[in-house]
Design a protein around this ligand. Structure first.
Ligand code: NAP
Length: 566
């Protein structure tokens, strides 16, 4: 049998790579998985469709992009040296800084040599007789691998609405999720932006500074709070660096992977003056106002009080009452669609060169060479920006044709919504793992904390299988059913499922409406995953290697282990 690091001849004569682990995606999860794979002696390769590392931060380069988690925490904790040497410049990191950070990580840990860029994965087929996956690439190549980790990201499959005539537009069409690498010059241009989620809200103020005019096409207003981003001082950086280990430990066991102070009581236990003071404090600090009281995400009456505070702020900032009215017409509880962090979003509506068009009342019906037609008017444009979001959480996974045991297709298994065990693994898909998959806290958490937890959990499992001569592992249907019920039950206790959000799949026509993330909190979730391990990987079934002749890959891993033990 061929060595795991070599190529071997496939039946059609092409050479196929043979690996222990294929990692799909070179974003934050893929990079860390490669690092961990090397640590445990697995021969791994990362396959990445982009021309560089960084995942979502490689693709999303729109102007004004600032992450909604503090720099100190939106970063890897696995290397104290990396923590000490990297310097963040602002409280919330901008996209260029996060991308530079991830590029630095790839170089510092010598990861690039095992990353195949500009290579898309189109499918993966489980070969039961060999106990291996065949990963299929868009260029026709294949990679045979024992394990496969899908580090494909939750917001990596951009979507734009299908609008008649978009191809006939004579100007430039851009999507925030696939932004050009070179700077886009808006000076003197008439720009249209469709969408008022985080991407549209962050793009507008920057574009409005130089464009001749900006028309924002709004269907549903977001709830946005000021980020109040600021440069970090040397003193606070030094303080965080001196206490980083404790800080990381706290984030790992927190509800959301961040260090906001926990809410202590119901909004109804506070006097109106006390509430107002607390809301104002959060607003001034740039903290999510939804974290002020314990019942904001579970009780509509409590939620309304917070939402009304934010609406009041919008009315204070936006001078034109008609615009303020449009910007406060949210028809869902605050926080059930992702809270947005902005810089000068609402102030921008006081500019003369900005127009706000309500496309819920007067929808966009077509696009022609000159611009956008709504049911009410025509808008002449030079540049049209779609800030229309993603086929979130499952989009990138289902874009590939993944076929597991006995020909079971992931697309069919998930036809009524994703089903996973712990968000990590899917019944009928042995040796395949999902980083921040549906059914895990994923997008409801600081994703770096969730990524590290998942990757470490997978890597411990790979080492366990090596140490116990185990060939395959797969989640049981019963364990998966129980977990899906738990995810649904936790979500049902909150207001989240009442909003037509991308968490629910509601932004993609035809996508099943299922609340996808686990809302139980990252600390609790970590505990559950750890208990599954302590209980002997409860809910998973292993097959021993005995039945198979150990191949060179297994032998080499065993050698590496023996060497490491010495
Ligand atoms: P999004 O939140 O899904 O927002 C898409 C927007 O496009 C919505 O306002 C939607 O309106 C609108 N839209 C879609 N189709 C439309 C149509 N045919 N006509 C008019 N409007 C249409 O997408 P996003 O802003 O890219 O953000 C997605 C997620 O990425 C965020 O929630 C966040 O988690 C993450 N993100 C984070 C940051 C950050 O950390 N700072 C930045 C960017 C993105 P409806 O609501 O009516 O559907």
């Amino acid at each position: 049998m061929a060595s795991s690091t070599a190529t071997r001849d496939a039946p059609d004569g092409d050479s196929a790579l043979v690996k222990d682990l294929v990692i799909v995606g070179a974003g934050p999860a893929g990079l860390y998985q490669l690092y961990k794979a090397r640590e445990i002696g697995l021969d791994a390769v990362v396959v990445e469709r982009g021309g560089g590392v960084g995942g979502t931060w490689y693709w999303n380069r729109y102007p004004g992009l600032v992450v909604d988690a503090p720099s100190f925490d939106y970063s890897y904790s696995f290397s104290p040296e990396l923590e000490q040497e990297w310097e963040w410049s602002t409280w919330y990191p901008s996209q260029p800084e996060v991308l530079s950070y991830l590029e630095h990580v790839a170089e510092r840990f010598d990861l690039l040599k095992d990353i195949r860029l500009n290579t898309a994965v189109v499918g993966a087929q489980w070969q039961a007789d060999e106990g291996r996956w065949v990963v299929e690439l868009a260029d026709g190549g294949t990679i045979s691998t024992r394990f496969c980790v899908m580090a494909t990201g939750c917001l990596s499959e951009p979507r734009a609405p299908e609008i008649d005539g978009v191809d006939t537009f004579a100007g430039r069409v851009l999507h925030t999720g696939t932004w050009p690498h070179e700077a886009v010059d808006f000076a003197g241009k008439r720009v249209g932006i469709v969408g008022t989620g985080s991407s549209g809200v962050q793009t507008l103020p920057v574009v409005a500074q130089t464009a001749a005019s900006v028309t924002l096409f709004q269907r549903t207003p977001g709830f946005s709070v000021p980020a109040r981003n600021r440069p970090l001082t040397e003193e606070e950086t030094a303080e965080v660096k001196a206490t980083y280990r404790a800080r990381r430990e706290q984030t790992r066991h927190s509800p959301g992977g961040l260090l906001f102070p926990p809410a202590e009581k119901s909004v109804f236990e506070a006097t109106p003056e006390e509430r107002q003071a607390r809301f104002e404090r959060y607003w001034e600090l740039g903290w999510p106002v939804t974290l002020t009281y314990t019942d904001v995400s579970t009780d509509k009456a409590a939620n309304d009080i917070v939402a009304d505070f934010v609406r009041g702020k919008i009315r204070e900032i936006v001078q034109d009452p008609e615009r303020a009215d449009l910007l406060t017409r949210q028809d869902y509880p605050i926080g059930t669609k992702r809270i947005i962090l902005d810089t000068n979003y609402y102030d921008t509506f006081n500019r003369d060169n900005v127009d706000l068009v309500d496309v819920r009342t007067t929808p966009i019906v077509s696009i022609d060479a000159d611009g956008v037609n709504t049911t009410d008017a025509h808008y002449d444009l030079d540049i049209l920006i779609f800030a229309t979001g993603f086929d979130a959480i499952t989009g990138a996974l289902l874009a590939m044709d993944i076929v597991g045991e006995q020909g079971v297709r992931l697309r069919d298994e998930w036809a009524a919504g994703p089903r996973t065990y712990l968000g990590l693994s899917v019944a009928h898909f042995p040796n395949l793992f999902l980083a921040t998959g549906p059914g895990s806290p994923s997008v409801i958490s600081n994703v770096f904390v969730s990524i590290e937890q998942h990757i470490e959990w997978f890597s411990d499992l790979f080492a366990h299988m090596r140490d116990h001569n185990l060939a395959t592992v797969v989640a049981t249907v019963d364990a998966q059913d129980d977990w899906v019920s738990k995810v649904n039950a936790v979500a049902a206790r909150t207001l989240y499922p009442t909003a037509a959000s991308w968490y629910m799949g509601a932004n993609v026509p035809g996508k099943p409406r299922v609340f996808m993330p686990f809302l139980g909190g990252v600390g609790n979730y970590r505990k559950i995953c750890d208990e599954v391990v302590t209980d002997g990987y409860r809910g998973f079934v292993f097959e021993p290697l005995d039945a198979q002749v150990p191949d060179e890959a297994t032998a080499r891993v065993a050698d590496a282990t023996t060497a490491a033990a010495r």
